[in-house]
Write a protein that binds this ligand. Structure first.
Ligand code: NAD
Length: 430
C-alpha cells in the first residue's frame, strides 16, 4: 500500500487499485494514468515597486473525452506540477461521477497570494491568460476559482481572454462575480454540496442528523459553507473548525462545546481563511495549536483544507466515535490511511464525489453564459441538490452491489463513464 503523500502518486495508486479490480486493458491505463496535455509557463509581472518578478504557472488537461477540460486555478506557495496533475486527474473522475459533460483539468501558480497587492494579483492572472489563452476556451478548457483565488480574479481572467479574442466570452471561466457573468449559488456550491452528500450518508446509516456533531479542518470558501450548511440543512452542531494562521505560520483549532457560530467566525476570518484569534478568544472560543480538529469525539469529520492530511500515522488519532469522513478537500486521505478506514468501517464520502458541488454549479454557470439567461438561487440550489443526491446514490449502489470501499466504488462509476465515451469516440477498441 502506498504511503506517499505526493498527490500525483496517490491519485495513480488509487486508479491502479481499481484498474486491477476491473481488469482494465493496458491501452486504457496508458491513457488514464497520465494527463493528455500540460502547459508550464513563466509569467513576468510588474510589481508595485517597479521591479519585474517572474512566476511559475501550470495548466494540466487530464482528459477531455466527455467534454471540455474543467477545473480550478490555485495560488499556492508550495504548488508543484505533480499536485496540479493529481488535481486534474481527480477532476476527470469528479465530472464523470457528477454526470456533467465535462473533462478534467487544473491550474496552479506558485505564489503566496497574501504577499501580493490587488494590482499585482490582477497583473498576474492577466499574464497567465496571455500565456495560455490559445489552450483554454469554452469548448477547450474552462478554469475556475480554487485555493487562493477569488471570483474577482476570474472576472479579470474572463476580461483578458475576451480582449485577446475580441469577443465577449463569459464561458471561458466560471466562478465569476455576480453581475460579471457569475451564477447565483456558486460561492456556496461546494460547501452545500458536501452537506447534501453527508445528509444522504446519514439516511443510509440511519443517523438522525439533528443529533450529530462535526469537526472541520479549514475555514476558507469550502469550510465556511460546510459549517453554515451543516446547521441550516441538517440541524447538526459544528463542534470546532481549524485554520492555518498566515501570520504565525501555525494551524489552530477553534472549539465551542455549544457549537460554533459559523456566521460569527466568518465575520472575523480574512480573505485567506485565517481566523482572528483575539476576537474568537473574546467570544469564548477554546483555541488549541495544531491538529486538534482530527481527534475530536464527533460523528462527522470533514477535512476541508489540503491534500495529504489523513495519513497512515494521523489516521490513528481519529476518534472511534467518527462514523462519517466527508472529504470536502481534494485528496485529504492517503492510500495507507484508506486501508485503516476501510478496515474500521468508517463511511468515507470520497473527495471527487463529496466536493463535486463546485464544479456542478460551475457547469450551470457555463450553461447560463451560453444561453445568456440567468437562473435564481433557488433554481440553482435545487438542481445542485438533485445532482449531488443522484451522484451519491450511484456510488452507494456500486459500493453495495460490488461489496467494495466507497472510494473504489466512486472510481468504478467514473471510470465506466470515461471508458464508455472513449470507446464511442474510437479512442480505444470497443
Ligand atoms: P481556501 O483557500 O478558501 O481555504 C483554505 C482553508 O484551509 C483556509 O482556512 C486555511 O487557513 C486552511 N488551511 C490551510 N492549511 C491548513 C492546515 N494545515 N490546517 C488547518 N487549516 C489549514 O480554499 P477552499 O477553496 O476552501 O478549498 C479547500 C479545499 O477544497 C481544497 O482542497 C480545494 O482543492 C478543495 N475544493 C475547493 C473547491 C472550491 O470551489 N473552492 C471545490 C472543490 C474542492
Amino acid at each position: 500500500m502506498s504511503s506517499s503523500t505526493n498527490a500525483y502518486e496517490m491519485a495513480q495508486a488509487q486508479f491502479d487499485k481499481v484498474a486491477d479490480q476491473l481488469g482494465l486493458d493496458q491501452q486504457v491505463r496508458d491513457y488514464l494514468r497520465y494527463p493528455m496535455r500540460e502547459f508550464h509557463v513563466r509569467i513576468p509581472v510588474r510589481m508595485d515597486d517597479g521591479t519585474i518578478r517572474v512566476f511559475q504557472g501550470y495548466r494540466v488537461q487530464h482528459n477531455d473525452v466527455r467534454g471540455p477540460n474543467k477545473g480550478g486555478l490555485r495560488f499556492a506557495a508550495n504548488e508543484t506540477a505533480d499536485t496540479v496533475r493529481a488535481l486534474a486527474m481527480w477532476m476527470t473522475w469528479k465530472t464523470a461521477v457528477a454526470d456533467i459533460p465535462l473533462g478534467g483539468g487544473k491550474g496552479g501558480i506558485v505564489v503566496d497570494p497574501s504577499t501580493l497587492s490587488d494590482g499585482e494579483k490582477e497583473r498576474l492572472v492577466r499574464g497567465f491568460v496571455k500565456a495560455i489563452w490559445k489552450n483554454i476556451g469554452p469548448r477547450q478548457d474552462v478554469p475556475a476559482p480554487d485555493v487562493g483565488t477569488t471570483p474577482q480574479m476570474m472576472g479579470w481572467m474572463m476580461d483578458e481572454y475576451s480582449s485577446i479574442v475580441g469577443t465577449y466570452t463569459p464561458g471561458v471561466i466560471t466562478g465569476k462575480p455576480l453581475g460579471g457573468g457569475g451564477s447565483e449559488g456558486r460561492t456556496e456550491a461546494t460547501g452545500f454540496g458536501v452537506v447534501f452528500t453527508i445528509r444522504e450518508a446519514m439516511k443510509h446509516l440511519g443517523i438522525d442528523p439533528s443529533t450529530t456533531t462535526a469537526s472541520i479542518q479549514g475555514f476558507g470558501n469550502v469550510g465556511q459553507y460546510v459549517a453554515i450548511g451543516f446547521q441550516k440543512f441538517l440541524g447538526g452542531k459544528i463542534l470546532c473548525v481549524s485554520c492555518w494562521d498566515r501570520n504565525d505560520k501555525k494551524s489552530y483549532t477553534f472549539t465551542n462545546e455549544a457549537g460554533v457560530d459559523p456566521h460569527f467566525l466568518k465575520s472575523i476570518t480574512d480573505q485567506y481563511g485565517t481566523i482572528d484569534k483575539d476576537k474568537a478568544r473574546g467570544a469564548g472560543y477554546l483555541i488549541e495549536e495544531g491538529d486538534a480538529w482530527l481527534s475530536k469525539d464527533v460523528d462527522v469529520l470533514i477535512p476541508a483544507a489540503l491534500e495529504g492530511q489523513i495519513t497512515g500515522e494521523t489516521v490513528k488519532k481519529i476518534s472511534q466515535k467518527v462514523r462519517i469522513l466527508a472529504e470536502a478537500a481534494n485528496g485529504p486521505t492517503t492510500p495507507d490511511a484508506d486501508a485503516v478506514l476501510s478496515e474500521r468501517g468508517t463511511f468515507v464520502i470520497p473527495d471527487f464525489l463529496c466536493n463535486a458541488g463546485g464544479v456542478t454549479v460551475s457547469y450551470m454557470e457555463g450553461v447560463q453564459n451560453d444561453q445568456n439567461f440567468y437562473w435564481s438561487k433557488e433554481e440553482v440550489q435545487e438542481r445542485l441538490d438533485q445532482k449531488m443526491t443522484s451522484a451519491f446514490n450511484s456510488v452507494l449502489q456500486m459500493a453495495l452491489s460490488k461489496g467494495v470501499y466507497t472510494r473504489d466504488a466512486a472510481y468504478m462509476v467514473a471510470i465506466d463513464k470515461v471508458v464508455r465515451a472513449m470507446k464511442l469516440r474510437g479512442w480505444i477498441s470497443a
